[in-house]
Design a protein around this ligand. Structure first.
Ligand code: NAD
Length: 490
């Protein structure tokens, strides 16, 4: 059987949720259709999990945590299991990439790049298992005291992920949670649950004991909300929109004051100075907004250009946008796939309409592509103003606004004039300008003469309302740990 046949058979099959040692349908028996966004066709169904399913999954996670079957496993062995998950993901890369492309629509090359990151994530945190250190303190009382701290897993963690990079978002949470010794309940996005269910099989195959990782598929308002409300969940790690992030915080506070980490949206500014190397800047700025059809939390959606470079930049970006091959992500030539759903396409088209109605000029794009699927042309606006909706709000689509700025003094006033603070870009050949710009921008990630590069060892997250806490690096592990200080009177 060829790979595509075997994957398509996987997609077609009856999908079940992993709870404890069982693969189960939803208690309600209901399912949610799975759609291929490139064609709009229904290609399968996943269980519509709800509060009763979340109850079962949390009970399984709690039982495994209480039994210490995973947190009590020696660190060296836990590290081996995490490494094995990475190996299994690498071995099944072609399969997982195809599932992700069918389910999400992203171009194959992008899915492959993200999958490489998933492998790296499990390997990075495999090494972290043996580094859950504490500190010792000198109490100053001669031989009277021994005082030290230890790191312990936070407990049962709910991991809630969005649809725009399903496995990548999940691995940012699952790898450190497992390294810390937590037991988890995963709630993938209802639009893209298939790769998570396949990963769950690989997690078990790698040697994670039953009940440590549980997956409940279902909608946010049903399964997601039940997980956040649950009094026996100790931590929620959430990636998604600002609006839902707020409800997560409120529900976590009202239930049991569970710990919360949030990775939310962005409206990231990019500043192109007169002295920038346009040959470098144009493809980087273009990819910074159009990759994954703009459905990236740190997409550089507001570009500001100094007067001397504006015409060249606009012309180059227009050419870049028009050169992108829009199509089905399974076609290896495709550079821009569909939006995730008809709803998301309509939302993006609404924003484009609002941009025109408020006086913006469409330099290129602005329309849908083809009759099937949810494609929108890469779109660039000029003549936009700071008060316009397309400049202020996160669109999460392939829509870029290009506006003027005069110099470094504008960076705090223009760049930081948003409730978000996830990413920012700077293009200049002057090292002094670059350093000053970096310090003036309120953003968790600043890219200079590049955009979107990341390293697993560095924290990822947002200033202001782009989130709480950080993923990746030691900070990502800390998010799943409690600290205990111990005082021994000798
Ligand atoms: P969303 O907030 O609608 O959904 C995200 C997840 O939360 C999904 O699994 C959804 O089912 C669940 N959910 C929805 N309502 C819920 C509720 N009331 N309680 C609990 N869970 C609920 O976001 P989306 O539309 O899927 O994703 C797009 C958003 O995610 C954008 O704003 C984007 O910027 C953000 N995002 C952020 C990052 C980051 O790392 N900062 C990464 C990717 C996406």
């Amino acid at each position: 059987m060829s790979l595509s046949t075997s994957v398509d058979t996987y997609v077609d099959r009856e999908h079940r949720m992993m709870i404890g040692d069982e693969w189960v349908v939803a208690v309600s028996g209901e399912t949610i259709p799975v759609e291929d966004p490139a064609t709009g066709r229904e290609i399968g169904a996943v269980p519509a999990g709800g509060a009763a399913d979340v109850d079962r999954a949390v009970a399984a996670a709690r039982a495994s945590f209480a039994s210490r079957v995973w947190r009590g496993t020696p660190a060296r062995r836990r590290g081996e299991v995490l490494w094995a998950i990475g190996d299994l993901v690498a071995t099944h890369a072609d399969e997982l990439v195809r599932i992700e492309v069918l389910d999400n629509g992203m171009p194959t090359a992008m899915a492959r790049g993200l999958l490489d990151g998933v492998v790296e994530g499990f390997r990075y945190y495999a090494g972290a298992c043996a580094r859950l250190h504490g500190r010792t303190a000198d109490m100053g009382a001669d031989l009277e005291f021994h005082a030290f701290s230890v790191s312990e897993p936070v407990g049962v963690a709910g991991l809630i992920v969005p649809w725009n990079g399903p496995l990548a978002s999940l691995s940012n949470k699952l790898a450190p949670a497992l390294a810390a010794g937590c037991s988890v309940v995963v709630k993938p996005a209802e639009q893209t649950s298939l790769s998570t269910l396949r990963l769950a099989e690989l997690v078990r195959e790698a040697g994670v004991p039953a009940g440590v990782v549980n997956v409940v598929t279902g909608t946010g308002t049903s399964a997601g909300a039940a997980l956040v409300d649950h009094p026996d969940v100790d931590k929620i790690s959430f990636t998604g929109s600002l609006a839902v992030g707020r409800t997560v915080v409120a529900a976590a506070a009202a239930s049991n004051l569970k710990r919360v980490t949030l990775e939310l949206g962005g409206k990231s500014p990019v500043f192109v100075f007169d002295d920038a190397d346009l040959e470098t800047a144009i493809p980087q700025v273009g990819a910074g907004i159009f990759a994954n059809s703009g459905q990236i939390c740190f997409a550089g959606s507001r570009v500001y250009a100094q007067p001397g470079i504006t015409d060249g930049l606009l012309a180059g970006l227009g050419e870049y946008a028009r050169s992108l091959k829009v199509g089905n992500g399974l076609d290896p030539q495709t550079q821009l796939g569909p939006l995730i759903s008809a709803r998301q396409r309509d939302r993006v088209l609404d924003y484009i309409g609002a941009g025109v109605a408020e006086g913006g000029e469409v330099v290129t794009g602005g329309r849908t592509v083809g009759d099937a699927g949810y494609f929108v042309e890469p779109t660039i606006f000029a003549g936009t103003r700071p008060d316009m909706r397309i400049v202020r709000e996160e669109i999460f689509g392939p829509v870029l606004t290009v506006m003027p700025f005069t110099g470094l003094d504008d960076l705090p006033t223009i760049g930081n004039a948003t409730e978000y603070g996830l990413g920012a870009g700077v293009y200049t050949r002057d090292l002094g300008t670059a350093h000053r710009a970096v310090r003036l921008l309120d953003a968790g990630n600043v890219w200079v003469n590049c955009y979107g590069r990341r390293d697993r060892s560095l924290p990822f997250g947002g200033f202001k309302q782009s989130g709480w806490g950080r993923e990746n690096g030691p900070e990502g592990l800390d998010a799943f740990l409690e600290k205990k200080s111990v005082y021994l009177h000798l």
